[in-house]
Design a protein around this ligand. Structure first.
Ligand SMILES: Nc1ncnc2c1ncn2[C@@H]1O[C@H](COP(=O)(O)OP(=O)(O)OP(=O)(O)O)[C@@H](O)[C@H]1O
Length: 270
């Protein structure tokens, strides 16, 4: 089954194409990273994949439902999403447990809902899986950035989605926080009961082991897409980020840095 199927997708905003004739397939069981420089169109892609935006032209199928023909309010509960925009809606005085279990109602901020014991148990288990087991009664506003990020992912998993989209989950984390997140995502990726994963990032260092595929976006178009080893070459990454890069792959982790030894040619125009 194709979890995502984009066919010749264009999104036009402010008189220009911010996504341009993009074709992309994500199959069941795959774990994707989406890389690209600022403004490349990554968040726009996540908006489309989470049924929060429609393309200007072309077709987008999410979990085999075509946007424009499906009731998005029925489709969205099948998709887990964590993004900075969504996180802004979590009230700072909400308990960590509620920040996660409110997702079973698709709301942020507890009001009058009552939760089944099953929901509460699931929220606790998810928080424990992300190293948040001892902080369930803390308020969300008192958490560190890394703890918030892990809470947001637990929240995105609460509805047992078939597709999990994480938009820059490692943004703002320190090195320890990043490594904890990478380890948690790696574990998620290795588990074949996990949903299809799509994670947006700016850094190859943030790609967790057990991820399988990468999409490199440049100016709203696909620079390269496919299995990680084929896509994460110096050539593709240099073209994507507009700077000559060297790439290293060791023990399941990736690293990239400017190819300084051959002279600093600086940033290329993309
Ligand atoms: N409503 C809009 N009107 C005009 N331009 C827009 C609109 N929404 C997004 N854009 C532009 O589209 C481009 C792609 O935006 P998008 O947020 O998808 O990029 P991104 O790859 O996620 O960037 P970043 O890495 O900085 O988060 C940007 O240049 C952005 O300014």
């Amino acid at each position: 089954m194709a979890a995502l199927s984009f066919d010749d997708v264009t999104v036009r905003r402010g008189g220009r194409e911010i996504v341009s004739h993009l074709t992309w397939e994500v199959e069941d069981g795959e774990r994707w990273v989406v890389l690209g420089r600022n403004g490349a169109g990554k968040t726009t892609l996540v908006q489309l994949a989470s049924a929060r935006m429609h393309p200007t032209s072309g077709t987008v199928e999410v979990l085999e439902e075509r946007l424009g023909r499906v009731d998005v309010f029925e489709l969205r509960p099948r998709i887990g999403l964590a993004s900075a925009a969504l996180a802004e809606h979590i009230p700072p005085d909400e308990s960590v447990l509620d920040a996660v279990q409110t997702a079973s109602y698709g709301v942020t901020g507890r009001w009058r809902e009552t939760y089944e014991e099953l929901d509460t148990d699931r929220a606790r288990a998810l928080l424990a899986a992300f190293g948040m087991g001892s902080m369930t009664e803390r308020t969300y506003g008192t958490l560190s950035e890394g703890e918030r990020k892990r809470t947001q992912i637990a929240r995105a998993l609460m509805s047992d989605p078939e597709l999990l989209l994480l938009d820059e989950p490692a943004a703002g984390l320190d090195l320890g926080g990043r490594e904890e997140l990478v380890a948690a995502l790696s574990e998620l990726a290795a588990d074949d009961r996990s949903p299809v994963l799509v994670v947006v990032t700016h850094h190859v260092e943030e790609i967790p082991p057990h991820f399988t595929h990468a999409l490199l976006l440049r100016d709203g178009t696909v620079e390269a897409a496919g299995p990680l080893e084929e896509v994460l070459t110096a050539e593709h990454l240099s073209a994507t980020f507009g700077v000559e890069l060297e790439v290293e792959h060791r023990d399941g982790r990736w690293a990239a840095r400017a190819a300084a030894a051959r002279g600093s040619r600086g940033r290329r125009s993309a």
